[in-house]
Design a protein around this ligand. Structure first.
Ligand SMILES: Nc1nc2c(ncn2[C@@H]2O[C@H](COP(=O)(O)OP(=O)(O)OP(=O)(O)O)[C@@H](O)[C@H]2O)c(=O)[nH]1
Ligand SMILES: [Mg+2]
Length: 557
């Protein structure tokens, strides 16, 4: 089949898009893009794209992928925020039991200890993409330890629970109830904790919530029974592995092993623990401890390499389909996309030489990169109009941003400025939020494993303790949006009368490059090295070939 360089279809010259630009201007665009390779790509694309006479035969698969019917899409349940309550496992009760054997009339005590409660772990794993399962679950409880049994049998440990989350999840603590800390606090307030010993008052009293007695003990007998002092509060040895309170984790990497969030409580003590010379057959055991409860907020911020930002109906999802195997929904109306879509662009198709080869910053050969497509932004999105702003957090952490501009709808330069205005507003909002959060974290309340304070120093107020060390503070900011590398994808370039719009857009970017025009974000440290616009027809997959190389070049910056 002959390959056709220029062909008129519906008044549009194909390929590629703007033949007027193809010889002189295109070479200069390519130079601007530092894309000598791309010229090859362009020219290869020009010389190899061949349109069959019947457009719908050979290319029907491809075109139906890029211009699908509105119902041809895959929709996976998605949630990017959720609040979870975690309850580590409570401890099992200790057992009151005695040896019963022939010829041993009153056997010694042999009640086993209760098992400790299960732990709750978290792990960020690559395969997960959404928090929807957790948002439905709301309460996560680890297993309770089993009770101890006779013959000195200790109770089994409660079952652990593992929460798996997508890579990119940020975990923040909202509330915490630590029974040990609460008990220590209560003791301190009551003045029992002067020298770390329980006072005489605590001895001899029966507390239903702490003690278990031999079954069948009569109330009258109970009142005569002498109870020893309650054993010291114990933390499970796992508790040392819990993250520092208040929890703030940024799980931005795949984790090989789970991380402990909440350790289970200790089990109660069996009756042999309470043997004294005066009471060789104690009829009491302690109940298992209550476990820690945490309320956490989980927020997913997708970690894609390229984020697509654009007005509704600009063609973002079509572009994503053209670059990857994504089945994002496409439709000729605003807000077709209601939740973020992530697609993966495979650079090495494993058919001979890789299409694009680049080593990442860490020297690792990159075989693919990911693209996040989010709902469109509209004017005044920062005033909570439309959907896009709420979803901008998913492109906030993308390494490179692509502003997708529809060339067939109004002035492309105005559209780009509008997008930047909204993105800048979002950035300002985020900065405020981060500052407030940093302040909040600089003032932390008494850490959970604090040693009891001497009585005279304790003034009875819940006074915040200033945490002068910042070593536990995680890095709060990723790169600000305006300082990320970015470029413009000018879509729908196949439509008539779009060429002038594209030229004006590129002229504007050149002027920003050279400093004649201010950066559209109006920020000081905004990125403006080699600003470029790439004209494409996503619906025909024309011109999109240069994007992977361009992204890879910018990723290494
Ligand atoms: N002619 C032409 N039409 C396109 C092109 N890209 C997208 N379209 C059409 O533009 C319409 C909108 O495309 P989408 O990809 O859904 O746009 P979007 O930016 O994802 O829209 P929202 O999800 O609503 O923000 C669809 O009817 C597409 O077929 C293109 O390059 N050329
Ligand atoms: Mg879309």
């Amino acid at each position: 089949m002959p390959s056709i360089r220029l062909r008129s279809l519906g008044g549009t010259l194909i390929p590629f898009l703007y033949p007027a630009l193809s010889d002189s201007t295109l070479t200069s665009v390519a130079r601007r893009l530092c894309l000598q390779r791309h010229v090859r790509l362009y020219s290869r694309c020009n010389s190899t794209i061949a349109y069959p006479t019947n457009r719908h035969s050979a290319s029907s698969d491809r075109s139906s992928h890029l211009d699908p019917t509105p119902d041809n899409y895959s929709l996976t349940p998605f949630a990017d925020r959720c609040i979870l309550t975690l309850e580590a496992g409570a401890g099992g009760h200790g057992c009151v039991s005695f040896v019963r054997e022939k010829y041993i009339e009153e056997g010694p005590p042999n009640g086993g200890d209760g098992g400790s409660g299960g732990n709750i772990y978290i792990q960020a794993v690559r395969g997960e993409t959404s928090l929807h399962k957790l948002s439905r679950r709301r309460l996560v409880k680890a297993g309770r330890g089993k009770n101890g049994q006779g013959k000195m049998k200790g109770g089994e440990r409660g079952s652990d629970v593992l929460i798996t989350v997508p890579v990119g999840t940020v975990v923040r603590e909202i509330q915490r109830y630590d029974p040990i800390e609460a008990a220590e606090e209560a003791q301190r307030r009551a003045g029992w904790f002067g020298n770390g010993e329980a006072s005489e008052e605590m001895k001899g009293s029966y507390r239903k919530d702490k003690w278990l007695v031999f079954p069948g003990t009569m109330p009258s007998e109970l009142s005569r029974m002498q109870f020893p002092a309650l054993p010291k509060l114990r933390r499970s040895h796992f508790a040392a592995l819990q993250p520092q309170a208040p929890i703030w984790l940024d799980l931005d990497k795949h984790m090989e092993t789970p991380m402990l969030l909440a350790a289970g409580a200790m089990g109660g003590l069996g009756n042999p623990h309470f043997i004294t010379p005066d009471s060789p057959r104690p009829k009491m055991a302690t109940r298992g401890d209550e476990a820690i409860k945490l309320s956490l907020q989980l927020e997913l911020k997708i970690l894609a390499d390229l984020g697509l930002v654009g007005l509704p109906n600009a063609g973002k999802s079509t572009l994503l389909r053209a670059l990857s195997n994504s089945r994002a929904r496409v439709g000729n109306w605003a807000f077709t996309t209601l939740q973020p879509n992530v697609g993966t662009v495979v650079l090495d198709n494993h058919k001979g030489r890789p299409v694009v080869v680049k080593r990442g910053k860490d020297g690792e050969l990159k075989e693919n990169f990911t693209i996040a497509d989010v709902p469109g932004l509209i004017e005044d999105a920062h005033l909570d109009k439309g959907l896009g702003l709420g979803f901008l957090r998913h492109v906030e952490r993308a390494a490179v941003l692509a502003y997708v501009i529809d060339l067939s709808r109004g002035n492309a330069v105005d559209a780009l400025k509008l997008l930047w205005r909204e993105v800048s507003e979002y950035e300002a909002l985020r900065e405020k939020e981060l500052n407030a959060e940093t302040e909040r974290r600089m003032v932390t309340y008494r850490p959970s494993r604090s040693s009891p304070q001497p009585k005279e120093e304790y003034n009875g107020l819940d006074e915040p303790v200033f945490n002068s060390s910042s070593q536990y503070l995680p890095t709060l900011t990723s790169t600000t949006i305006s300082s990320k590398p970015w470029f413009v994808v000018a879509t729908k370039a196949d439509l008539p009368d779009t060429q002038a719009n594209y030229e004006a857009l590129q002229k504007y970017l050149d002027e920003v490059n050279s400093g004649v025009q201010p950066h559209p974000s109006t920020r000081k440290n905004a990125w403006k090295r080699n600003l470029q616009s790439v004209p494409v027809s996503a619906i025909r997959a024309e011109g999109v070939e240069v994007i992977p190389q361009l992204v890879m070049d910018l990723l290494v910056e």
